[in-house]
Design a protein around this ligand. Sequence first.
Ligand code: MG
Ligand code: ZN
Length: 229
Amino acid sequence: MKERVTKLDINTPILDLNDRLAAENRALCDEHGVFVLDLMASPGAGKTSTILATIDMLRDRYRIAVIEGDIASSVDADKIKAHGIPAVQINTGGACHLEAAMVRRALETLDLAELDLIILENVGNLVCPTEFDLGEDAKVMILSIPEGDDKALKYPHIFQISEAIILNKYDTISVFDFDEGAFDEAIARLNPKAPVFRMAATKPVAQDSGIAAWTAWLEERVKQKGIAQ
Ligand code: MG
Ligand code: ZN
């Protein structure tokens, strides 16, 4: 048996290649006037339901597609397609995050000229999705109430690099031990500019002012890129 290489600094070259591909993805989407959102969260935080609520709010104004990153299965892509929205499933085959090369292959299957907004649902994980530029215009994260207020202290990087933070399942706050003051303090320290949207993505959108606030923010970001309704 061959001896294992014990010291191999693989991180740097992999990220260099990823960054090059991410820049190409960004150029491609810029050229076609498509805004790309990278949505990150733990498994079960409500990424897919947040995407569905976002689609409901914005589909009259923007042409939307979703790229679903999952280790296995196509259940999330099937849910999106059931809403009449194009969805591409990426199965990462074990990788716990999306990489720019995977996103490129998914972009090649979409008609970018016919789109205004692409939402990337990253693999459920609070750690390595932060390390990979995918060519997105904005990274946004979701924390759900049952996960606990301490996640901002335990996984500070994702809270620092997210342009906005969705605090999902907010309707359950009374039954979980979630210290909202401690959470707000942590965000004020880690990322004071990030807006925090308290919402319940599975509620009907008309009954949840947080969903409206979140989608208004996203719409503003899309407009900043010069994409008209
Ligand atoms: Mg999902
Ligand atoms: Zn990973």
